[in-house]
Design a protein around this ligand. Sequence first.
Ligand SMILES: *[C@@H]1O[C@H](CO)[C@@H](O)[C@H](O)[C@H]1NC(C)=O
Ligand SMILES: *[C@@H]1O[C@H](CO)[C@@H](O)[C@H](O)[C@H]1NC(C)=O
Ligand SMILES: *[C@@H]1O[C@H](CO)[C@@H](O)[C@H](O)[C@H]1NC(C)=O
Length: 379
Amino acid sequence: MDTQLRRLILLLALCLIPTLYFFFNASWRLPVPLKPSHGLVPANATLGFGAVLAVSHATSPRRKDLIFAANLTGIELTIPDQPKWTAEDLDAFRSPEKSRIKKGSALAWMGHLNALTWFLSTDLETALILEDDVDWDIHLRSTQVPLAAAAMRQLLSTPSSPNTTIPLPSTYWGPLTWELLYLGHCGDFFPSTQLPPSHLPYADLSTPPLARLHTKTAAFLRQLGITSHMRIAHRSRWPLCTFGYGVTRASAARILAEFSTEGEGGCQAFDVRVLEACRDKQWACYTINPELFHHISAPSEIANVDQGKEAGGDGAKGIDEQGRLKKQSLKGTTNIACGARQRAFYTEDGSTLEWLKGVVGGKGVCLVDMMEEDMSRWP
Ligand SMILES: *[C@@H]1O[C@H](CO)[C@@H](O)[C@H](O)[C@H]1NC(C)=O
Ligand SMILES: *[C@@H]1O[C@H](CO)[C@@H](O)[C@H](O)[C@H]1NC(C)=O
Ligand SMILES: *[C@@H]1O[C@H](CO)[C@@H](O)[C@H](O)[C@H]1NC(C)=O
């Protein structure tokens, strides 16, 4: 009797520890595990693009868990090799007289150019470019991308001029009249009076409810009349950060032609140049709001390099002089409900990964939420 009781207590304790761990780690997440794909056809392994490319140098400390998250969620990732940039490369990139860019930002920019060059060396029509520290929801392929792509197809199939007699061939992401597709950003905010005529709100149950979004994101959506579990596809206004963006061959060539160096007048970062192109130069940029990709909360490697630290060391908390979203919560990735990169999922055990692929990536069950539900069964 005594030993049985002791065993029972031990068993309860063993069950409770991981539950508590997950509860405190994940208490902000969706209370109910989302049903998988609502009858949607999941996107293919490259999310309807020709390829999903990651901007990541060979010794990036973020590469391992980026690849893990891609495996977990069934995404085929290509990481183009980057040359080892030399001081000469850097000098050639910088503005000769008015350089304002820090080393880390310059290297990141050159990484983007390298990925775009790689893309143009193939015969692919489109590519999605990801920075290597982005996170995404486990429903990306099953729910979020099919819905976002359907919204883009609908948005772009409405002819903008009556004399377009020959419609462009449509792709998974609509006719290639777009140049940049901001799926990952750190805010494209504007007052409702400036909502571009080209916009389309749509339901996406995997979007965190307004109360779980960054307060700035939530306030922005509220004044547009966007309610919980909705997103909006729209012509970009102020898209900050190039976390994840789609390009076509034409737009990749245009970026390489126009932004292959810091530029005469100097510029702080690649994403600032691209924002200016969208905001001031009428490039055909579109945004999915709220975003499908957001940076993980780890210290930025850009900041690390700028502070002369080794990659992976402790970096500055924020680099957002430009008003980019600063992290508000210690838990999870900003504006992502069930991040594929959360530490609880990570494993180096092949058979555990296979199991997780089926349940988390395949069925779209955020196990973390289930642990949380289990918690409520305890008295
Ligand atoms: C995914 O779909 C796109 C668009 O139809 C296509 O170009 C690409 O090759 C497909 N990728 C895979 C891995 O099937
Ligand atoms: C992820 O998949 C790639 C290619 O399919 C493979 O090379 C790699 O080892 C996998 N990573 C893990 C962590 O299983
Ligand atoms: C549409 O037609 C008008 C007048 O014929 C012409 O000026 C304009 O360039 C055309 N627009 C496009 C997109 O072809």
